[in-house]
Ligand binder design. Sequence first.
Ligand SMILES: [Zn+2]
Length: 116
Amino acid sequence: MSLQNKGPIYGVYLPAELPLGANGWTQVVPRRDELEQVRKKVGDRTVAALEIALKHCASLSQQLLESTKNYSISFDLLLARSGFDLSQCTHCGCAVICIPDGLALCKACAEKAGEE
Ligand SMILES: [Zn+2]
């Protein structure tokens, strides 16, 4: 596995794409160099959250594969089973991954709130 396939924070495997729903669509996964740009421009938390979500998806995918032999598992299904929520930042409205029932806040808004 080349370095380019590993996340910059936790070294989580970065697949080229993930299945999205049952219609055959796929979601392209950012490459390591793209995630490095996100780290610089947005911050570590966003990249860390993606890596954690991908890790959960990979392990759940493996479990489902072993138990059901189902090879077409969608990212949204795995995300739904991971315990993470996709939500909007309560301040600016951007999409964030957050813990269930946690305060949906992007890093930029969290830092602003911390300064006030
Ligand atoms: Zn925000």
